[in-house]
Design a protein around this ligand. Structure first.
Ligand code: ADP
Ligand code: MG
Length: 278
């Protein structure tokens, strides 16, 4: 089970769009996927057609009342489940402020899924902050994907984000790695986008090899700016359902295929070396 936190403390960079559409594209490729909404705005839930009213158990209940993930899980498509969120989740910051072990609640609730290999992918849409919800995601995840919007300030704030992952790996989750950087809202043909990608490549290649981001790959697939991606949420559909042949769908499908190729690489590198000929 690959557990991926989609994280960036900036808003509007494509976290929710990428979480939802990657989840849907991976499900389309036949993987068993669970999308987890960790943002009190509930945009990811809304995007797949779920508006969590007061009677629907949400991730808030998982964190505060130890309700199980299975009790909150909604099936939203073939191979695709959702753990919904709504505005209730905004209270966790305060409600958990003095509760010990609060960084581990999500990890604990996901433990049986890990043991049973319940899903192939759990994709967590983080809120635009580095508070307790994001910390819970980073403690429960093994991977971080960072969506970036390539504009002049894109790399600003990235060091803070990397520091946070380093802190989490030291204190809470030794296994956490930044594995993917996604260029979203990409305007091909602009110098700026290419320059920022190059700066980032430089930064990664000169980083300490033990840093949790040292082997992050910048996805070759870039998500182009495409109006259909902005329209799809109001229809409660992923781009795969809303407009399966538009550039936005093509890009997220290509990115999902890149992620599956990573999977094949990981599998190959974890195989024992072939016995040498005697
Ligand atoms: P975040 O979750 O990081 O705040 P969102 O995924 O909600 O960011 O994206 C911010 C806004 O930009 C949303 O209105 C979304 O529909 C829109 N958007 C995201 N990616 C694209 C894209 N590639 N093309 C066009 N609009 C996009
Ligand atoms: Mg969002």
């Amino acid at each position: 089970m690959r557990t991926i936190a989609v994280m960036n403390q900036k808003g509007g960079v494509g976290k929710t769009t990428s979480s939802v559409n990657l989840a849907a594209a991976l499900a389309r490729e036949g993987r068993r996927v669970c999308l987890m909404d960790l943002d009190p705005q509930g945009h990811a839930s809304f995007h797949v057609g779920v508006e969590a009213g007061p009677d629907m158990p949400t991730v808030y209940d998982v964190l505060i009342q130890q309700v199980s993930l299975d009790e909150t899980r909604q099936v939203v498509g073939e191979n695709l489940s959702l753990i919904p969120a709504n505005i209730d989740l905004a209270a966790t910051e305060v409600e958990l402020a003095t509760v010990s072990g609060r960084e581990f609640f999500l990890r604990k609730s996901m433990q049986h899924w890990k043991e049973q290999n319940r899903f192939d992918y759990v994709v967590m849409d983080c809120p635009p902050s580095l508070g307790i919800l994001t910390i819970n995601a980073l403690t429960a995840a093994s991977e971080v994907f960072i969506p970036l919007q390539p504009h002049f300030f894109a790399l600003q704030g990235l060091s803070k984000l990397f520091e946070t992952t380093a802190l989490v790996t030291r204190r809470l989750n030794r296994d956490l790695r930044v594995t993917g950087i996604l260029m979203c809202l990409y305007e091909s043909g602009t110098r700026l986008a290419a320059d920022i990608t190059e700066d980032l490549r430089q930064f990664l290649s000169t980083s300490d090899r033990d840093a949790p981001w040292a082997s992050a790959q910048i996805f070759k697939t870039r998500i182009r700016r495409n109006i259909k991606l902005a329209e799809a949420p109001s229809f409660g559909q992923s781009i795969i359902d809303y407009a399966p042949t538009c550039p936005g769908a093509i890009d997220y499908i290509a990115m999902a295929q890149e992620i599956l190729a990573m999977e094949a690489q990981i599998a190959a590198s974890s195989k024992p070396p072939a016995a040498s000929a005697a």
